[in-house]
Design a protein. Sequence first.
Length: 206
Amino acid sequence: MAQMGRPRTFDRDAAITQAMHLFWEHGYDSTSLSQLKANIGSGISAPSFYAAFGSKEALYKEVMERYLNTHGRVTESLQDTTMAPREAIERALRRSANMQCEPGHPRGCLVTLGLMNASSAQTVCAPLAETRARNRAGFIACVERAVASGELVAHTDPVALATVFESFLLGLTTLARDGVSHAVLDAGVTQVMSVWDAMCADTHRA
């Protein structure tokens, strides 16, 4: 009697990473179930897919959790009140520019790309919106801290100045996807930080 072969093992952790790269490259709506089944775990049957993940939406939620706990941490300095406000903003921008151009995964930011590509249920988009809101609040808080400490001039509009940096952060994704080099994006960070320097109290006293 012929001996049956060993069943193929399924690496769930690797499958989440593979799914993350698919969603990152194509977006939630454009990534089909057939693509997911064909590419994760070196191919997975429909029953195995549903047994492992439940649904495409449930899988996407796991992907977003993975992304936010790894690549998405590049902006966490915005919430670090032990850092100088200017340093916190510059670090977030430089780390994001670097992450979006590094090899090993699609270019750009999955959070921003999700904003562009998802037309699906609010439950799918909720983590993306929450992350953008968190970053927005972080930029504003950094500016407010600098105004309170006297680093920035008193008439600085925290929301307006924070919008400059948030807009730059969101724009990095389009440039990275278009193939703009990390060196160019990093030089752009230097230029956008000059907006902060122009609002410094020391500059206005000079």
